[in-house]
Every structure is written in C-alpha cells, then in structure tokens.
Write a protein that binds this ligand. Structure first.
Ligand SMILES: [Zn+2]
Length: 145
C-alpha cells in the first residue's frame, strides 16, 4: 500500500486566497508590496546586497522563484537576477503606471507582485535582463552545506 502523502508542487499549484486571507497571513508591508504592487524603498530590503547561496522563494506562497546563481550586483538597491529559476515560475504583465512602460513580474503560483524586469541596460550578464525584485516579496532559503 502506498502511503506516501501527495504534496502539491508549489510551482504548478495555483494558490487562491481571498484578500481577507492575505491580510491575515502577511504583514501590512508585505501585503502592500505583494498584493497591492507596492515597492520597498531602495537599499532598505534584506537581500539587495546578499551573497548567500540558496534559493529565493515567494514570501506569499513559498514557490521557488530565483536562485543565488542568477543573482548579480546591479547596485540599484533591490535584489537583481538575470533570469528566474524557470520561465514558468513567473508571469509578466504590462504596467503603464507612473507614466512608464514597464513589465511587472508576478509569482505564477499565487499572482503576487514581485517587481519589474528591465532589459538592454548593458549589464554584463548572460541575458542582459534585470529582474528587479523587492526583498520583501522573497524569502531566502540558504543552501545546506
Ligand atoms: Zn507566490
């Protein structure tokens, strides 16, 4: 008899919560950024200058989104990655707020706001893309050594 519990894969499982439930599980600042597409102030987040090896998960639902392998020093004040862990982990939305044409990046599993992606800025990375992500949208899980 197979008694292995089937754990849902957070990368493919859609997380659906009501606004009320998000407010209960997130801090007010997390809620503002993740659920209302806010932005933390530059150089104030936990991870913009972190070089710890590990994986970065969605603070709202726990899906693995980025790894330290693709993180680079952009000096922009937010954690920056040149690619997500896999393309299916994130979704893109055109954002025309603030009079700018930007591409918003959201968690594919729970639809929470992560940040924006910019490209062609001349960074010396394999993609020349910069996923500019709020620290507060992420939880770093350090690699076990
Ligand atoms: Zn998520």
């Amino acid at each position: 008899m197979d008694t292995t519990p089937s754990t849902p894969d957070p990368a493919t499982t859609k997380v659906r919560k009501t606004d009320e439930e998000w407010r209960e599980t997130l801090t007010p600042e997390e809620y503002r950024v993740l659920r209302q597409a806010g932005t933390e102030r530059a150089y104030t987040g936990e991870y913009w200058d972190s070089h710890v090896k590990g994986s970065y998960r969605c603070r709202a639902c726990g899906a693995e989104l980025f790894t330290s392998e693709e993180k680079f020093d952009s000096h922009c004040g937010w954690p920056s990655f040149w690619a997500p862990l896999a393309e299916d982990r994130v979704v893109y939305l055109h954002d025309r707020s603030l009079g700018m044409e930007r591409v918003e990046v959201r968690c594919a599993a729970c639809d929470s706001h992560l940040g924006h992606v910019f490209e062609g800025e001349g960074y010396d990375t394999p993609t020349d893309q910069r996923y500019c992500i709020n620290s507060i949208s992420l939880t770093l899980v350090p690699e076990a050594d």
